[in-house]
Design a protein around this ligand. Structure first.
Ligand SMILES: *Cc1c(COP(=O)(O)O)cnc(C)c1O
Length: 214
């Protein structure tokens, strides 16, 4: 299977309201260009340095999403161009994104990351903290919170994954409005379940580009 055929198979199976972020972390520019040539324009990276370098080298009409954990001291490197930051997990980070967005005369779209998995390593706000985080985010004029992002537990237990996605969807439904429209959930192994549970944006890497070498 080629990157192009993988992408076509996935995109043709998606409901039209579901956006695809092609997760290109660790993959070379040639792989990204192969996806680009099929029409894919949204790519996700999880490391700031890699994201900045690829954005410099690749076509300017790519929308780059930061999907990984973002450290406050690295926000300034991506603030000039990043199109969506998925993993906002603290007010400190929001404050820094706001500051750097303002310096670049931009409004940066962000998703609040919500902790839904049972693993303790996953970052994010608790389900019950989302509303207060949203309220506090209102003071940041150069940020637009456009939705929520979550990662399910890495497990074969489908019911657990479904329950975790359901819990995120419930919070999303309670806050969604004309600006809050994005629910980023689902990866290569679980995006079909995520879509069944109401995802509007999936982040798919290995099912497009093949396995990553760690
Ligand atoms: C790597 C990554 C993905 C994509 O993972 P795959 O299993 O390769 O599809 C999605 N979301 C985040 C946050 C990631 O870090």
């Amino acid at each position: 299977m080629t990157i192009a055929s993988n992408l076509k198979a996935i995109t043709s199976s998606l409901p039209k309201e579901v956006a695809l972020v092609a997760v290109s972390k660790t993959k070379p520019n040639t792989a990204i260009l192969e996806a680009y040539q099929t029409g894919q324009r949204v790519f996700g990276e999880n490391k700031v340095q890699e994201l900045v370098q690829k954005a410099e080298e690749l076509p300017k009409d790519i929308a780059w999403h930061m999907i990984g954990h973002l450290q406050t001291n690295k926000v300034r490197f991506i603030a000039p161009f990043v199109s969506l930051i998925h993993g906002v997990d603290s007010l400190k980070l929001l404050k820094e994104i706001n500051k750097r967005a303002e310096q670049n005369n931009r409004i940066i779209d962000c998703l609040l990351q919500v902790h839904i998995a049972s693993e303790s390593t996953k970052f994010g706000f608790g389900l019950s903290e989302v509303t207060s985080a949203l309220n506090q985010a209102e003071e940041f004029k150069n940020i637009r919170i456009t939705g929520l992002m979550g990662m399910a537990t890495f497990t074969d237990d489908t019911q657990q994954v479904v329950n975790e996605f359901k819990s995120l969807k419930t919070v999303f439904d309670s806050i969604k409005n004309e600006h809050i429209t994005t629910l980023s959930m689902g990866m290569s192994g679980d995006y079909k379940l995520a879509i069944e549970q109401g995802s509007t944006m999936i982040r798919v890497g290995s099912a497009i580009f093949g396995h990553r070498n760690k």
